[in-house]
Design a protein around this ligand. Structure first.
Ligand SMILES: Nc1ncnc2c1ncn2[C@@H]1O[C@H](COP(=O)(O)OP(=O)(O)OP(=O)(O)O)[C@@H](O)[C@H]1O
Ligand SMILES: [Mg+2]
Length: 328
């Protein structure tokens, strides 16, 4: 076995006329935290289900810790733990009973030991009430249970499908700490998300999936260019010129307001805006679909961004596109 935890070759899944995953070639080294980023319907869950051997590839293959994901799924599963996007559990058991059952299924015994201590520690850190029945758990609590179950088994490979969906910010922090701990002890993590900041926070390498295809891939540092921000600024008078400032795109002016897509340094933007009568500044993360349209979209990205990203109630059609044109 090489130093790769997960490898896929031309991994393809077709559902009737839908090509859910189209020839995915992927290689994740042991100890890496790999983020698969893609908008809804990109093929993230399909990829993960193929890696887990839950569905059979139409063509191509995947290996997890050296085992064929479909034909040797039993062996592969000895090395991995996963949290699906929608977790089905025994509704009549309490959270604590569920964890105990999963702990024993994983080979843990009834005595107190390091494994059991880690389980209790995780329950505490995720602030899960283990005495409640699983059917009464909220979405977030079910998600926490799934994460505790996955982390407590200290697997060599963790496969997580949109793990932070339903978690509040405090719990997202606990989740991120757990990912780092798993990574520190040498585990490989494969995590999917449609939120860029989520992947940025934990991953060392990122793959961008769109319409079943890997459109870009690289170490996080090399992918910073996709970390755009949407900027909305309001001024007491006419807005200043932003031409010449690197990273400004799809600029739209509307009276005393401007809105743009920005990939440059925030500090450079803020210094340009300082002293120009700035009265309000909103800086948000654009949706992944907007980022994709701007970077990998067909045709003129500005136009598509205008229609996809502008709020019609705030931005008049005349002003939209009046000063547009990506500088990238
Ligand atoms: N069992 C299925 N039968 C038919 N089509 C499917 C099936 N599962 C997935 N698809 C289709 O395959 C494509 C990829 O779906 P997938 O669930 O992998 O996307 P995703 O990236 O996980 O999206 P999301 O962010 O919404 O979870 C979609 O077009 C979806 O409709
Ligand atoms: Mg999904």
């Amino acid at each position: 076995m090489g130093d790769e935890a997960i490898v896929t070759w031309g991994l393809t899944k077709r559902y009737g006329s839908t090509l859910a995953l189209d020839g995915l070639d992927l290689s994740v080294k042991r100890g890496e935290i790999y983020g698969l980023l893609g908008p809804n319907g990109a093929g993230k869950t399909t990829t993960i289900r193929l890696l887990l051997g839950l569905i059979r590839p139409t063509s191509g293959a995947a290996r997890v810790m050296g085992y064929d994901a479909w034909r040797q799924s039993v062996q592969a599963h000895r090395h991995l733990a996963y949290v699906p996007a929608e977790l089905s559990l025994w509704p009549q058991l309490t959270g604590g009973q569920t964890l105990e059952l999963l702990f024993r299924l994983r080979g843990g015994d009834g005595r107190a030991g390091a494994g059991r201590r880690y389980m209790s520690e995780l329950v505490e850190r995720f602030q899960l009430d283990p005495t409640k029945k699983v059917r009464s758990y909220s979405t977030g609590n079910r998600q926490k249970l799934g994460l505790i179950a996955a982390f407590m088994s200290r697997p060599e490979v963790l496969v997580l499908d949109e793990p932070t969906a339903g978690l509040d910010p405090l719990m997202i922090q606990v989740y991120r700490d757990c990912i780092r701990e798993a990574s520190d002890r040498g585990a490989t993590v494969f995590v999917s998300s449609h939120v860029l900041s989520e992947i940025e926070a934990v991953c060392t390498r990122v793959g961008l999936l769109r319409d079943g295809k890997l459109v870009d891939e690289g170490p996080l540092d090399a992918m910073r260019h996709i970390a755009a921000r949407r900027i909305r600024a309001t001024f007491s008078g006419p807005p200043p010129e932003l031409s010449g400032l690197d990273g400004v795109g799809e600029l739209v002016r509307d009276g005393n307001r401007i809105e743009c897509f920005y990939t440059g340094e925030i500090e450079a933007l803020v210094s340009r805006l300082a002293g120009t009568g700035l009265v309000d500044l909103i800086c948000t993360e654009p949706s992944l679909e907007e980022v994709f349209l701007a970077h990998y979209g067909e045709g003129h990205p500005g136009r598509e961004f205008d229609s996809a990203g502008m709020n019609a109630s705030e931005w008049t059609p005349e002003s939209a596109g009046a000063d547009s044109g990506p500088s990238r």
